[in-house]
Ligand binder design. Structure first.
Ligand SMILES: [Zn+2]
Ligand SMILES: [Zn+2]
Length: 263
């Protein structure tokens, strides 16, 4: 069984998919995806996101504000209140994205630090988005003791040194369909070097559909294509990738394990 460790079920283009949400979840189940983590990008939209997915035991949620969706300043008190809810298994996605928005570096850093502090306070793992901000991401993680909360660098596209530094802090690395893209040679080299017991897989749906679905709107069912690509790179079976990445997921997101057990 597989887990999609990072998707945005509330942002899926259901019209394009020609499916409603229960059908999307059924399609995932048919491809042996037993659990999905629906990741929040905006505190304002969190209540609506939670309401949408709460009926489904196979879906967990996070709470946080994406560095690119951030208004001027993250409301740390609101974040702490919302993220404290029992339904919430992780804090994020947060982090730094200097690729798309270098102009808001300082407010991104401020928001990231607030997320780290709330995650530590609540003892919930962090979901970190990082792009073109290697040094600052690691520096803030270290300066604010992110390792006490633990977490994952999601949709990883950076180099091996950064992955290694995150592993040394006890973090996991999550790999998306980008690994299947023709030009992702460097990322494939990184994945080859990383230990299977520290890797997660994700779709980041509705973005980044993996080959052979590239160009289509992405959905959790396609996480098996990510697993297949990882199996090929690692020279192991898909079942082996499934076993490790699913175990790793529940190891990190303990609240998700509880939710599945309750279902
Ligand atoms: Zn992200
Ligand atoms: Zn995301």
């Amino acid at each position: 069984m597989f887990v999609d460790s990072h998707c945005h079920l509330d942002m899926l283009a259901l019209d394009e998919l020609g499916m409603d949400l229960p059908e999307v979840l059924a399609a995932a189940k048919k491809r042996q995806i037993e659990h999905m983590l629906c990741v929040c990008v905006s505190l304002a939209e969190f209540p609506a996101m939670l309401a949408k997915v709460k009926p489904f035991a196979e879906v967990s949620v996070s709470c946080g504000e994406h560095p690119l969706h951030q208004s001027d300043s993250v409301d740390a008190e609101l974040l702490a209140t919302l993220a404290a809810q029992q339904d919430v298994v992780a804090v994020g996605e947060t982090g730094l994205d200097y690729f798309y928005n270098p102009d808001t570096k300082l407010s991104q850093q401020d928001g990231f630090v607030k997320h780290i502090s709330v995650a530590r306070q609540l003892a919930k793992p962090l979901i970190i988005h990082t792009r073109d901000a290697r040094a600052d991401t690691l520096a803030l993680m270290k300066a604010h003791n992110a390792e006490q909360a633990s977490g994952v660098l999601h949709c990883f596209t950076e180099n091996y040194e950064m992955a290694k530094a995150a592993l040394d802090l006890g973090f996991y690395i999550s790999i998306s369909g980008i690994m299947t893209f023709r030009n992702a040679t460097e990322l494939r080299d990184v994945v080859r070097k990383l230990p299977l017991d520290r890797l997660l897989i994700e779709t980041d749906a509705p973005y980044l559909a993996p080959v052979p679905h590239r160009g289509k709107t992405n959905q959790p069912a396609y996480v098996t294509d990510v697993a297949a690509a990882m199996a090929e790179l690692k020279g192991v079976s898909i079942a082996e990738v499934a076993r490790h990445t699913t175990n790793n997921f529940y190891q990190l997101f303990k609240g998700a394990a509880h939710k599945n057990a309750a279902a």
